[in-house]
Unconditional design. Structure first.
Ligand SMILES: O=c1ccn([C@@H]2O[C@H](COP(=O)(O)OP(=O)(O)O[C@H]3O[C@H](CO)[C@@H](O)[C@H](O)[C@H]3O)[C@@H](O)[C@H]2O)c(=O)[nH]1
Length: 467
């Protein structure tokens, strides 16, 4: 069944690329508001949040058309202090990036080994300026760190999520397009905003595109990537597959959105909401005025031939009737997808392992969704920790699985695995006794495949190395 439904992703994958040179001149580009939100400086260190803010400010987009908002749901003094420091630093950082055409516009990336290629064939003047900026960068970091070391500056004043960026920005800058990023993300290509505009401003795609989703990637992946964190299958196979069907889903962040679609539905939605605006959007007359501006907004569209900005690829997969053939073919198909994208056999193996883990542990998501559907669950957002735990990072880099803290989530996996192991030995015993090799071959093969795939969990159970 799973195989069957998954084929939909392969029917008509679409891979898109944009030609920013064909966009209208900067003065004709529409406004863009970037939203970043944070809540807890202990889980989301302010220094890191400011990297995200600086990379957003440094986007290759006309300054008078770009507004960056940071919402602090925790209302912490250190966040306010941090953004003042970051905006001061941005005053030197952005001109530097523009002057030298820097691509890695997140200072942490530029000053790390990831930014090495930016250093090639550079003048003395560049090096001198770079040193000056590095000193200012360090100063900003030290100041924020010092301020954040005082307990009264990192306390959460208000832990009720406000998420008011959308309304506030509607009154202040009201950009017809918005970008949403988490506070631990940064953009690795400053032209991404312009690339997104290619889709919004193209007369053909603008009729049906409400958002442009960029793939999310981790920058500190280890070579072994045992947890399949690079999410190749999500952003290559699934998102491109959905794009060719009825369009991909939102990935939560990393998406440029048409503000009008967010407010009123699709780009062609009628004005019903505006007719009863007070009811839908509250009593702020200023905000309602801002909605009218957005509704009436006409972007300067340039007639770009569609083929020039979008490239599409179509693949049709054959239908396999025999189960064994289906199984082998699926594995080969998966392997080819991984290898053709520059991946390795280890990556293919890790993807299979994590796929099983995710499939089995998704039982918890199903329970959560059911509770929510039945109204048994209060709305609560649990925040993921972004502060690096050195011990866990070390384990990850060494390619060692870390099950600490995951005991509950792993329990269905443990149970299934133990059932598998028992069945495997039961099957072996039957083969030796009854000698029905042909009948048992398929079952024993599948059982051993799952056991080998789950080796790290078997090891954890046997040695009880982790909690
Ligand atoms: O009450 C809250 C809770 C969260 N956040 C912010 O929301 C963002 C996302 O929260 P996080 O815990 O980081 O979510 P993750 O589970 O790590 O990320 C997943 O969920 C996000 C929200 O849907 C998506 O944007 C990501 O792509 C996806 O990886 C962060 O910037 C948080 O600071 C708030 O501002 N207020």
């Amino acid at each position: 069944m799973l195989w069957f439904f998954n084929q939909a992703f392969r029917w008509r994958p679409v891979s898109r690329s944009a030609k920013v040179e064909d966009l209208p001149v900067d003065s004709n580009l529409p406004g863009l508001d970037i939203f970043v939100c944070t809540i807890d400086p202990e889980k989301e260190p302010t220094i890191d949040v400011m990297e995200t803010i600086i990379s957003a400010i440094a986007m290759d987009y006309p300054a008078n058309k770009l507004a960056v908002y940071l919402s602090d749901d925790g209302g912490c003094p250190v966040t306010l202090y941090g953004i003042k420091e970051a905006s001061e630093f941005a005053k030197v950082w952005v001109p530097f990036c523009n002057k030298y055409g820097i691509k890695s516009r997140t200072p942490r990336v530029f000053f790390s080994s990831m930014g090495k290629e930016e250093q090639f064939i550079r003048t003395h003047e560049f090096r001198a300026e770079q040193e000056e900026i590095k000193a200012k960068y360090k100063e900003m970091q030290n100041n924020i760190e010092k301020f954040g070391s005082e307990p009264q500056n990192i306390g959460i004043v208000n832990d009720r999520p406000a998420r008011i960026e959308f309304r506030v920005s509607g009154i202040l800058s009201n950009g017809p397009y918005v970008l949403v990023v988490d506070c631990d993300m940064f953009c690795n290509d400053p032209s991404s905003a312009k690339q997104a505009m290619c889709f919004f401003l193209d007369p053909q795609t603008s009729n049906y595109i409400s958002f442009v989703q960029f793939p999310q990637m981790f920058y500190n992946l280890s070579k072994k990537d045992i947890y399949d964190n690079q999410s190749r299958s999500a952003f290559k196979t699934m998102w491109q597959g959905m794009d060719g069907l009825r369009g991909p889903g939102l990935a939560g962040s990393g998406n440029y959105l048409n503000r009008s679609s967010l407010l009123f539905g699709g780009p062609n939605q009628k004005d019903d909401y505006l007719l009863d605006a007070l009811n839908y959007f509250g009593k702020s007359t200023m905000f309602i005025e801002s909605l009218k501006t957005i509704r009436g907004h006409k972007t300067t569209k340039k007639n770009i031939p569609r083929d020039e900005i979008l490239r599409e690829a179509q693949v049709t997969d054959p239908w396999f009737a025999v189960f064994a053939f289906l199984y082998v073919a699926t594995q080969i198909q998966h392997l080819i997808e991984v290898l053709s994208g520059g991946g390795s056999v280890t990556m293919w193996w890790n993807e299979q392992r994590i796929w099983i883990l995710k499939s089995v542990t998704s039982i918890f998501a199903i329970i959560e969704a059911m509770k929510k559907g039945l109204g048994l669950k209060k709305k609560k957002i649990s925040l993921s920790n972004k502060a690096l735990d050195k011990e866990s990072v070390k384990k990850y880099e060494q390619g060692r699985f870390n099950f600490q803290g995951a005991a509950l989530y792993m329990s269905p996996m443990f149970v299934l695995l133990i059932v598998n192991i028992v069945c495997f030995f039961g099957g072996l015993w039957r083969v030796l006794k009854v000698k029905d090799y042909v009948e048992m071959f398929g079952q024993l093969f599948l059982l051993s495949y799952i056991i080998v795939l789950s080796y790290p969990i078997v090891e954890a159970i046997v040695t009880m190395k982790s909690n």
